[in-house]
Unconditional design. Structure first.
Lengths: 132, 316
């Protein structure tokens, strides 16, 4: 397990502090945000329409949680951020896939309808006979 | 190298180089992220994903800054990844918006086409219904005119039948009437000739060589008048004849006067003048041999010819 121990480099600690080393924020807000995005993606239907992106997000969130538990906040943060954006992408692609399939269905039925009309238009209609 | 030692190295480098700002070296992840954002911006549907595109641009700025300021390839890689994903989100949102637009249009088209199809179907159905109705009406009219023709033919047949029956009846009646006339004329010793019934009045009914009717002739006159009254459709032709003794002129004159005398007698008996015709023939048309006295007497006669049912006489 890696710990963020800066003790051996006392001199560099000041600079390191300036560079924001030990003030890595806790990962829990990012984890919560990712979890929320995942849930939103799930309820939008991502398991059916964007499962690769969703599975990727789940895996990363798991990894982020593990790292956070181990105390590696910086790494946990990154994985959480990626999980979050992956989940958002999963949700966006679910929406576009739904719309795409709906469009295909309507355009197909429209084409079928037009074909049926053109077929029936060429069929002969009964005409009145001439008076005898 | 752990994170802190990395930071130390970076800080030292930055401290050392802070005075001069140089263009950062190429970072492949950053290049990829830039082109992803550029592609998303250039997408035809970009206008429908402005929020997502702004997010992608912000993410790119973070990535650019990480590389320019800290040359942190890991952080840059991470931020470049986030940028790429945000660009992908923008593309997906744009794609959905465009699909939804087309979906709306296609849905409207489908409804319009359905409506057209239903309208056309209704028109076609109405047209066939009208055609069927017209056909039915024409069939009915044909049936009616056929029936009328049949009725008229039937009427005509009945009339023809009636005409035939009437003609037959008339002929029958005429025949019966002619037979009745014949019977009724028997008492006058009428003869049936080609020209019709003929009653002959002999020479004895006249004074010798004269045209005066003897009283004995009255009976014949009365009988003839009675018959004529019973058969109003008939007319009589009184024809006078002589023997061959004497001149042509004298015989014509005598035959004329005798016929006239009988006519006058019939008029006196009540027969209408329009029903009597008179003709004189003189010695023509003898009926017996003029060389004998008996024959000559026979030739001296008056014939009364009865007309047909129309009042006409047949020629000799």
């Amino acid at each position: 397990m890696k710990t963020l121990s800066c003790a051996p480099f006392a001199g560099a600690i000041a600079l390191a502090v300036l560079a924001g080393c030990s003030s890595t924020p806790p990962a829990s807000p990012a984890l919560a945000a990712s979890a929320a995005s995942l849930e939103a993606a799930r309820s939008a239907g991502a398991p059916e329409f964007a499962s690769p992106e969703l599975n990727g997000a789940i895996t990363k969130l798991e990894r982020a949680r593990t790292l956070a538990q181990a105390g590696n906040n910086e790494a946990a943060l990154r994985w959480a951020e990626q999980a979050d954006v992956d989940a958002q992408l999963a949700r966006a692609r679910t929406g576009s896939e739904r719309s795409r399939r709906a469009l295909v269905e309507v355009e197909t039925s429209l084409a079928t309808l037009r074909e049926e009309i053109s077929r029936s238009a060429t069929a002969t209609n009964p005409t009145p006979r001439a008076p005898q | 190298m752990n994170t802190c030692s990395k930071l130390f190295a970076t800080a030292a480098l930055a401290a050392g180089l802070s005075a001069c700002q140089t263009t950062p070296p190429t970072n492949a992840d950053l290049v990829a992220a830039r082109s992803a954002v550029a592609a998303a911006s250039a997408d035809p549907g970009a206008a429908r994903a402005t929020v997502e595109l702004d997010n992608a641009r912000l993410a790119l700025q973070r990535a650019e800054a990480a590389w320019a300021d800290r040359r942190d390839s890991e952080e840059t890689r991470h931020l470049a990844y986030l940028t790429q994903r945000r660009a992908d989100i923008a593309l997906a949102v744009a794609a959905q918006a465009r699909a939804d637009e087309r979906l709306q249009q296609a849905g409207a088209d489908r409804e319009r086409v359905r409506l057209q199809a239903r309208t056309r179907e209704a028109e076609v159905a109405a047209q066939s219904a009208r055609a069927a109705q017209a056909n039915a009406q024409m069939a009915q009219a044909d049936a009616q005119s056929a029936q009328a023709a049949a009725q008229s033919a039937q009427g005509q047949a009945a009339r023809s039948q009636q005409d035939a029956d009437a003609a037959r009846l008339q002929a029958q009646q005429q025949a019966e009437r002619a037979a009745a006339l014949e019977r009724d004329l028997q008492s006058l010793a009428a003869r049936s000739t080609q020209r019709g019934m003929v009653v002959t009045l002999g020479d004895v009914l006249f004074a010798t060589g004269q045209a005066t009717l003897q009283p004995g002739a009255q009976r014949s006159v009365q009988q003839l008048a009675a018959v004529l009254q019973q058969y109003p459709e008939r007319r009589v032709l009184i024809e006078g004849f002589t023997d061959n003794q004497g001149s042509e002129q004298m015989n014509l004159d005598l035959s004329q006067r005798r016929a006239d005398a009988f006519r006058v007698a019939l008029l006196a008996a009540g027969v209408d003048a329009s029903r009597i015709d008179v003709r004189a023939h003189g010695k023509a048309f003898p009926v017996a041999d003029n060389n004998t006295a008996a024959g000559r007497q026979q030739n001296r006669r008056v014939e009364v010819l009865f007309s047909n049912g129309d009042g006409r006489f047949a020629g000799r």
